[in-house]
Design a protein. Structure first.
Length: 102
């Protein structure tokens, strides 16, 4: 039987993200609200959610080990194709961790 559980001792996993400016961030798994937003945006019509996708990516990258907050204005410098490729790679990271635990 377990003696308890300490959330402070959970080993966090990170997704390595390097921006065009050369800065690299260790991005954690998304918070629940951000994950729900990402899932909703992936299933919505692209033309309706472009602005929201960029905002969601800024929130995702801001959830980094370094504590640096990425501004949406910084993310707007990326093409829509780059944003979609990032989202694909990040969701693969999430899925990989999900599968690893099962």
């Amino acid at each position: 039987m377990a003696n308890g559980f300490n959330f402070n001792k959970v080993q966090r996993r990170y997704f390595n993200v390097t921006l065009k400016n050369g800065k690299t961030y260790l991005v954690a798994m998304p918070e629940k609200a951000t994950f729900e937003t990402l899932v909703a945006l992936k299933s919505a019509a692209v033309e309706d959610v472009i602005e929201d996708l960029y905002e969601c990516v800024a929130k995702i990258i801001s959830n980094n080990k370094q504590g640096y907050k990425v501004k949406m204005e910084d993310i707007k410098a990326y093409s829509f194709d780059e944003i979609m490729q990032f989202i694909g790679a990040y969701t693969d990271f999430i899925q990989g961790l999900k599968n690893e635990k099962n």
